[in-house]
Design a binder for this molecule. Structure first.
Ligand SMILES: C[S@@+](CC[C@H](N)C(=O)[O-])C[C@H]1O[C@@H](n2cnc3c(N)ncnc32)[C@H](O)[C@@H]1O
Length: 399
């Protein structure tokens, strides 16, 4: 369909740990007919949907994480860069006219846990400036205001020094490394808005994309058989806890720390046992083929079972919304739990088979060095194991 930019050259607008390789989405879109709707039920950074938009297809996406929704929605909206600049100027003027003692942020000021979290992770000077921007942003609505939230979040989700006292927030491994911080929040915010205006001036998304908060295991807003293709990369079991980093930003965007805890515990892939009413026989069937599970402590076995049941929930919903002969592409890497190798792709394949999706092909692909989750030290010398942790599986299914 039409001319498309080289997909690797599309600049992201916000950092995200474990972004999917855009060429996987690009490959999966080949041969799709005009006016097709593509779904990513776990959008993350929005790479799949931005690729979908580049090709002029319609896209729909969900994520349980409000920050993922915010960045994906913004990345797939055709913003006018002049309007970004003028909206940013208006907001900055407003921020400069604010007095600290007139600012009230109820989700922080009335919640001791959120207040304590902020006092731990942020220096006083930065927190005062963040309060001002947070207040000004919270009094407006609309897509341009949402983009300014992305510009704001970029000051916090950083690799090295940003608005917080932590490093490595962008990898979702925040650790408090700075005692003092001289980061200039207000100047950096203006620069961040300018950088986004520049990105949208050069590269505007094309297709119609709709991104919302939602749970991939229960896509209640999506009609049966309405989707031509699904392209997604579910979280790997136990690999990344996105909320660890994202909460540093979300506490400034209206969320209490307790609320973010519930988002985390509802996320697929986190360390949690199945609910007591869960179907344990189904969980056993879904993990068929994974060896040495019995060597793990019960708690870890339960965690794997929960992951398998969650994955089945995602696949079952995918099968429901796909049209006849629709295609689903799932990308997953492997995990290592207490030295037991867990082939997550096997869980996806078992789930698809049970939900009536037929495997067309499976390809292994190298995970770039920078994105690898290394096996624990005791496994560093076992070369067969090491190799399997270096690849991810791209599986294509048909309904
Ligand atoms: C591996 S990331 C997706 C990566 C994405 N393809 C990209 O390129 O950035 C997995 C995403 O699944 C989301 N997630 C976890 N549990 C979910 C659920 N129950 N429903 C919807 N999204 C969920 C996480 O918040 C995370 O953003």
């Amino acid at each position: 369909m039409g001319h498309t930019r080289s997909i690797e050259k599309i600049r992201p607008i916000h950092p995200f740990a474990a972004r999917m390789a855009p060429e996987i989405a690009f490959e999966a879109l080949k041969g799709l007919r005009k006016n097709s709707t593509v779904l990513d039920p776990m959008v993350g950074s929005g790479t799949v949907l931005r690729t979908v938009s580049e090709h002029g297809y319609n896209g729909m996406g969900f994520d349980i994480d409000p920050l993922a929704v915010l960045m994906s929605k913004a990345w797939t909206t055709p913003f006018n860069s002049e309007k970004i600049k003028s909206k940013a100027e208006e907001l900055i003027d407003e921020v400069n006219s604010l007095h600290l003692n007139s600012i009230y942020l109820p989700w922080i000021d009335n919640d001791p846990a959120t207040k304590a979290f902020i006092n731990f992770w942020f220096g006083k000077k930065q927190a005062n400036s963040l309060r001002k921007i947070s207040f000004a942003i919270s009094t407006h609505k609309g897509t341009y205001n949402d983009l300014l939230k992305v510009a704001f979040s970029r000051l916090i989700i950083t690799k090295t020094k940003g608005a917080s006292l932590a490093a490595d927030v962008s990898h979702s491994r925040p650790h408090r490394v700075y005692e003092k911080n001289d980061f200039d929040v207000l100047t950096s915010f203006a620069n961040s808005c300018g950088a986004l205006a520049k990105i949208f001036e050069k590269q505007k998304p094309k297709g119609k994309i709709n991104v919302r908060l939602g749970d991939a295991r229960n896509l209640e807003d999506v009609t049966d058989k309405s989707i031509s293709a699904i392209i997604t990369s579910p979280p790997y079991l136990n690999a990344l806890d996105y909320m660890r980093g994202h909460k540093l930003s979300l506490v400034w965007l209206g969320y209490k720390i307790g609320e973010l805890g519930s988002v985390r515990s509802n996320s697929v892939g986190v360390e949690k046992a199945p609910d007591s009413i869960a179907n344990m026989q189904l969980a056993t069937d879904l993990t068929k083929g994974i060896t040495h599970l019995e060597k793990l402590p019960q708690r870890k076995q339960n965690m794997i079972k929960r992951y398998a049941l969650d994955m089945y929930g995602i696949v079952e919903e995918s099968a429901r919304v796909l049209e006849k002969c629709g295609k689903a592409t799932f990308v997953v890497g492997n995990s290592c739990i207490n030295e037991v190798f867990v082939e997550n792709s096997l869980i996806v394949r078992n789930s698809c088979q049970m939900a009536g999706l037929r495997l067309i092909n499976q390809k292994e692909r190298d995970i770039p060095q920078s994105k690898r989750y290394l096996p624990p030290p005791s496994y560093k010398n076992v070369s067969s194991f090491k190799n399997r942790m270096r690849t991810e599986s791209v599986m294509r299914f048909s309904k």
